[in-house]
Design a protein around this ligand. Structure first.
Ligand SMILES: *Cc1c(COP(=O)(O)O)cnc(C)c1O
Length: 339
């Protein structure tokens, strides 16, 4: 709490959930990065997503990217559905599919600028036009690109969300989420919800996040450069059936020639960490069917093509040649073990 100068002379801060100097400093940086009217720091990316979803009411309808983050799918279908918020999942990289999903009660389009795990890009200006014509908000989860590579608020979006656990923090040492908004009216609503719901980012984590952001640009530039080269190299490998890379960002997905190669392959890798996350200084390898999308029911996963041999590779700051060497030995080992 903050000691007040007097009854009639309140200070700038009163109670730390409502605001504190460290969070204010971070939120200023976040608003500047996303070119928003204001920004808000939350205790996780999912807290940020959930607070944004609380802008809506029972009976409202959203159109959502179909291969969206597993946690977003889960909170929409198993939590907000209980409060009467409806969602239709469509391929938002196809503006016609978005248009076809609109209903009279559609209040927002919720898209991922680059989807996960297939890294499909949604054309932000195109969906912004559709949202505007329909009087709906455009909400963009921009986690995979970060403000360094894309600023949706300058392309017609109303709300931008980042899981700051990923690129903004950059070091896998803080769980955080951010929301930046285009207008002062949305800033007022989100600020109210942030304080009312209370899923705020603690001051120490605000400090860590702000420190991580100082190197965002140099990390991303290097990671994108390595990812581009790695995507090309992977496409030339016989062990790889298909490579997914949107020509930007530092995440590459690829489908192994056989599902049975997945376990020995990821377990033979020496450099990348194995598990659920992305956007860190260390490369991180994820098996979406087992990790990030485990919350998506198996039949739905199959329908979306999230097979057991699909690998997501978040490129870190290691040398390209070291990563190639490590991948090559893991491919070789996997072929021997799975044969
Ligand atoms: C990780 C992630 C989230 C959730 O963020 P947390 O910080 O883990 O709660 C939301 N959206 C996308 C695209 C993500 O990658």
């Amino acid at each position: 709490m903050f000691d007040q100068p007097g009854l009639e002379t309140p200070g700038e801060f009163d109670y730390a959930r409502s605001g504190n100097p460290t969070r204010k400093a971070l939120e200023g940086v976040l608003a500047a990065l996303d070119e928003g009217a204001a920004a808000f720091a939350f205790s996780s990316g999912m807290a940020a997503v959930s607070n944004v979803l609380m802008l809506f009411s029972a009976g409202d309808h959203l159109v959502v990217t179909d291969d969206c983050y597993g946690g977003t799918y889960r909170v929409l279908t198993r939590v907000f559905s209980r409060f009467g918020l409806q969602a239709t999942f469509v391929d938002t990289s196809n503006p016609d599919a978005v248009r076809a999903a609109l209903r009279p009660n559609t209040k927002a389009l919720f898209v991922e600028s680059v989807s996960n795990p297939f890294l499909k890009r949604t054309d932000i200006p195109a969906v912004a036009r559709i949202a505007k014509e329909h009087g709906a908000l455009l909400i963009v989860d921009n986690t995979f690109l970060s403000p360094c590579l894309s600023r949706p608020l300058t392309e017609g979006a109303d709300v931008v969300i980042h899981s700051a656990t990923k690129y903004l923090g950059g070091h896998s040492d803080v769980i955080a989420g951010t929301v930046a908004v285009r207008t002062p009216a949305l800033a007022q609503e989100l600020g109210f919800l942030q304080n009312a719901v209370g899923a705020v980012l603690g001051p120490q984590d605000c400090f860590l996040l702000q420190r991580g952001i100082k190197t965002l640009q140099v990390r991303l530039e290097r990671q994108v450069q390595t990812a581009k080269a790695l995507a090309k190299w992977l496409a030339s490998r016989p062990e790889v059936e298909q490579v997914f890379y949107p020509d930007t960002g530092a995440v590459v997905s690829f489908r192994l020639a056989r599902d049975t190669l997945a376990a020995p392959f990821v377990e033979s890798l020496q450099l990348p960490l194995l598990g659920v996350s992305l956007g860190a200084v260390e490369s991180i390898v994820t098996v979406p069917a087992r990790h990030s999308h485990a919350a998506v029911p198996a039949p739905e996963r199959q329908r979306r093509g999230i097979t057991d041999g699909l690998i997501r590779f978040s490129v870190g700051l290691e040398e390209l040649e070291d990563l190639q060497e490590d991948l090559a030995q893991a491919f070789a080992k996997a072929l021997r073990v799975a044969a």
